[in-house]
Design a protein around this ligand. Structure first.
Ligand SMILES: Cc1cc2nc3c(=O)[nH]c(=O)nc-3n(C[C@H](O)[C@H](O)[C@H](O)COP(=O)(O)OP(=O)(O)OC[C@H]3O[C@@H](n4cnc5c(N)ncnc54)[C@H](O)[C@@H]3O)c2cc1C
Length: 550
């Protein structure tokens, strides 16, 4: 293939990803200097198309960025009125009294929102200020400058053949250069992963940990709908197989977000996170709520769970990691949007300061220290031991010891445990199949629970079939030669979209099939494959899920 020639465009700041982190950075840059040239590139077909978080939003980030968001018509209108926390057994549950919950777990003052809609609204604010936003533009490569700094990205390459050669309608895309490049790709960003490795940004931090979050939107019987009610559960059906839990948020219009998170450090390779979620909906408490309702949308996304000790260095030559590309989720609160917004704001302030001083392409050290010493660092630090306590001692210990630790952090500002390390990566945590028994999951009934492919059709996922698969296997033989005999090829189960299949045909050797068209961009395969043989790279722009109001 002859060398690809691309047009180049220069900006002050190039932002990869129109989530809350990237959009906050864009807005803050324009607030500081309306003449700055700022571009935001988004792989989804529109802003919000890949935003899964149907969320309880702590507005502290937005208050700092756009204090008059209410007057400006932000789609943030359902305040949380009631907070429930249950420990579930198979047939019932115990409600944990709110007075026992550490104050930081309280959702008073937060809102139930569609983050997709919040991002759409933030994009409108940014565009009114002159930010250029290009949806449908996936950033597929980093471009480096003469000193080895990140100086830009390649975006908008379309029309490759399945073998990677240019097809008849091939578009090479463009190079967008920035004095600084912000990576706000969300969790397990494909370019972020490259810069973390290239600049060894994780040198001083612990490994990153993850969960897999799956979510459905339901329209339920108005008589059962309780606008503003937030319920979290732990316990059944996961038991000791894996950590995790559920969330049920009643937004407006008789809609409910029903979601389930499975921590990806589970050992038993037979665990099937998607089926755990489906089984959860048959719990009497949940089934009663959903009975007679309709599931109107489905989606899945990994969530970062490493917290404080896993945040890498967030500044690198020429750019910065924002939001969940740096892993800024407060795990017990399942909240990361506020920190994503705050990180965008801080990165913008440091980039503006640097550009005003005539700098470009250097490392924004001040951003890294602002992030860790400021409200984001404080938010993460006080809950830093909850996840490792859970991983090491299980659910009950994490409820008691983790709860105790959050109380001492809340009341005294200290932890008696110091900082507990996470240990292994989630991939390395996977145990060998010979040490576990397969789990018998009940078949979906088509009313409360659904098979994976039916549910994927409710994510409106679409990929141009003639392009190369965006799930790269370093060694295509490993799934069958190693993962199948050793781990019962867990990709068949950990993927919430049924992308990976071991095809078994009579008289033939099993073969591994990658149905990349189904991929909902959750990135779980990149995280959990025990052989670390799968790399998620971005497909062409506009492909992937098309989440409506999720
Ligand atoms: C199931 C679930 C429930 C959650 N619930 C809550 C909650 O209730 N409250 C809360 O505060 N947080 C919640 N979170 C966490 C929250 O979603 C994240 O903290 C937040 O989304 C991080 O924002 P971000 O901007 O860093 O990334 P994202 O919101 O993931 O946005 C990243 C954007 O970048 C785009 N992108 C990625 N790579 C590229 C590329 N190479 N080129 C172009 N575009 C790219 C993506 O398409 C996406 O639009 C939840 C997460 C999950 C998974």
């Amino acid at each position: 293939m002859s060398e690809i020639v691309r047009e180049e465009m220069d900006y002050d700041v190039v932002i990869v990803g129109a989530g809350p982190a990237g959009l906050s950075a864009a807005i803050r840059l324009k607030q500081l200097d309306p003449d700055l040239e700022v571009v935001v590139l988004e792989k989804g077909s529109e802003v919000g198309a890949h935003i899964l978080s149907g969320a309880v939003l702590d507005t502290s980030g937005l208050n700092a960025l756009i204090p008059d968001w209410k007057e400006k018509g932000a789609p943030i209108t359902v305040p949380v009125k009631k907070d429930n926390f249950y420990f579930l057994g198979e047939g019932g549950g115990i409600r944990i009294p709110n007075v026992l919950m550490p104050p930081l777990m309280n959702n008073h003052g937060t809102y139930i929102v569609s983050m997709g809609n919040v991002c759409r609204w933030m994009a409108e604010q940014a565009e009114e200020m002159g930010v250029e936003i290009f949806p449908g533009m996936a950033c597929s490569e980093l471009v480096y400058g003469p000193e080895g700094e990140v100086k830009g990205v390649v975006a908008g390459e379309f029309g490759k053949n399945a073998d990677g050669t240019p097809g008849p309608a091939y578009e090479p895309g463009m190079i967008l250069n920035g004095k600084y490049v912000f990576l706000s790709e969300g969790v397990r960003g494909s370019l972020s992963k490259q810069v973390v490795a290239k600049y060894d940004l994780g040198q001083r931090s612990d490994v990153q940990k993850f969960g897999l979050g799956m979510k459905e939107i339901w329209e339920i019987d108005p008589d059962k709908h309780r606008e503003g009610t937030v319920t979290h559960t732990m316990g059944w059906p996961l038991g000791s197989n894996a950590g995790g839990g559920s969330f049920i948020y009643h937004l407006d219009n008789n809609q409910v977000y029903v979601g389930f998170v499975v921590h990806l450090n589970y050992e038993n390779p037979y665990v099937f996170p998607y089926m755990e979620f489906q089984r959860f909906k048959h719990h009497p408490m949940v089934a009663e709520l959903l009975k007679g309702g309709n599931r109107v949308a489905y989606g899945a996304r990994a969530i970062s769970e490493g917290g404080w000790q896993s945040v890498p260095k967030t500044a690198f030559p020429g750019g910065a990691l924002l939001g969940c590309s740096a892993g800024l989720v407060n795990v017990p609160r399942i909240k990361g949007n506020h920190n994503a917004m705050l990180s965008g704001k801080l990165a913008a302030e440091r980039a503006h300061e640097a550009i005003t001083a005539g700098r470009a392409g250097d490392t924004l050290e001040g951003y890294d220290s602002d992030l860790k010493a400021g409200p984001v660092g404080k938010d993460l630090k006080r809950v830093r031991n909850v996840k490792p306590l859970w991983s090491k001692f299980g659910l009950l210990a994490s409820l008691t010891l983790g709860g105790f630790d959050m109380w001492t952090n809340n009341l005294l500002g200290l932890s008696l445990f110091g900082t507990i390390r996470h240990g292994k990566t989630d991939a390395a945590a996977t145990g060998e199949a010979k040490n576990f028994k397969p789990i018998d999951y009940p078949k979906p009934d088509g009313k409360l629970s659904f098979d994976r492919l039916t549910n994927v059709s409710f994510s409106m996922t679409n990929h141009e079939e003639s392009q190369p698969a965006h799930l790269h296997l370093a060694d295509p033989g490993i799934p069958i030669s190693i993962n199948l005999p050793k781990f019962a090829e867990p990709a068949e189960r950990y993927c919430p979209a049924g992308v990976y299949e071991v095809v078994r045909e009579d008289g033939k050797e099993p073969r591994f099939q990658v149905n990349f068209q189904n991929c909902v961009h959750c990135k779980t395969c990149d995280i959990k494959d025990p052989s670390q043989n799968i790399t998620w790279v971005t497909p062409q722009g506009g492909d992937g899920p098309n989440y409506p109001n999720m």
